[in-house]
Design a protein around this ligand. Structure first.
Ligand code: ATR
Length: 273
């Protein structure tokens, strides 16, 4: 039986097994997809298990998307550009790190048909998925990306890494960082913090100066409507949660491992509710 894993810390919340096990069954693949909580010290051993073909594929989530890189033999261009890996596979005896979050975000936005071209974007947060979102946004030809994070230095580090690498190389407008709470003059606001995973959590920020008829996106999909999205809606804005992105990034990982495009449907979406 082929074995697959999602690793992270914490990992209990992950719904990747629900999706992948459904698709494995649907495609008559003799395999199982599990989740495992790891510590940094365990990464080396995990890679050995992939090299020994005991595990066929691994998804990586917070906080290991960057940390896993030194253990790999090769990165795809997307993984290299973002220094972020969420999918691992053994390919021709080389352990390869992929990034499917970028296309996951792009596909989700394409689906909802919101035009990001020429827009000014604010991202709240500087954690695991933000490098991928930044890259996807520039590929979608946004005008500018601004970051704000509770711990400002983390946003500044990310800004500096990008402004000196792909932003510079592609001649895109530089990323800026603003103080926590300085939320004014944006067309699109993205919550990429973990605040809202629990219903009683709320970002202590004032969004009223953004104005109406803007677009608010939350990476979180469970709960389906975070307080961030509720507030945005009450202020007269369009909103979307991270469910589609989650499904699309998983589907691309499935394609990498099995060379099959899995079903994406209402039924699949409901598996996550
Ligand atoms: P990691 O930081 O390990 O990559 P993550 O879940 O991807 O983990 O990111 C957590 C994000 O949520 C961070 O941007 C974090 O801000 P800090 O860098 O200041 O820690 C943000 N976050 C978590 N709790 C928060 C809170 N109560 N208020 C504001 N931001 C918060």
């Amino acid at each position: 039986m082929k074995k697959f894993l999602v690793i992270g810390n914490p990992i209990n919340h992950s719904l990747s097994p629900v999706l992948h096990n459904y698709w494995l069954k649907k495609n008559n693949i003799n395999g199982i997809y599990d989740k495992q909580k790891l510590n940094s010290d365990d990464l080396k051993n995990l890679i050995l298990r992939i090299r020994d073909k005991e595990i066929v594929g691994v998804n990586v989530t917070v906080p290991f998307k960057k940390e896993v890189i030194p253990h790999l033999d090769k990165l795809t261009l997307n993984a290299e550009a973002t220094q972020s890996v969420n999918t691992i596979v053994l390919d021709n005896d080389k352990i390869v790190g992929h990034n499917t979050d970028i296309n996951g975000f792009e596909s989700a936005i394409r689906d909802i048909k919101y035009n990001f071209d020429g827009k000014k974007i604010l991202i709240i947060g500087a954690g695991g998925v933000v490098p991928s979102i930044i890259f996807a946004l520039y590929k979608m030809k946004v005008l500018s990306v601004t970051l704000t994070n509770r711990t400002k230095s983390k946003a500044e580090n990310l800004r500096d890494f990008y402004n000196n690498s792909i932003i510079k190389k592609n001649d895109w407008n530089k990323i800026a960082v603003v103080d926590w709470g300085e939320i004014i003059g944006f067309d699109i606001v993205i919550n990429a913090t973990s605040v809202g995973l629990r219903n009683d959590q709320n970002l202590d920020l004032d969004f009223s100066k953004v104005g109406k008829n803007k677009f608010f996106y939350d990476i979180i999909y469970n709960p389906a409507e975070t307080n961030f999205l509720k507030t945005a809606k009450n202020l007269g804005n369009q909103t979307e949660n991270g469910k589609k992105m989650f499904i699309y990034q998983a589907a691309e990982a499935f394609k990498i491992w099995h060379d099959i495009k899995p079903e994406i449907s209402e039924k699949v979406s409901m598996l996550l509710d």
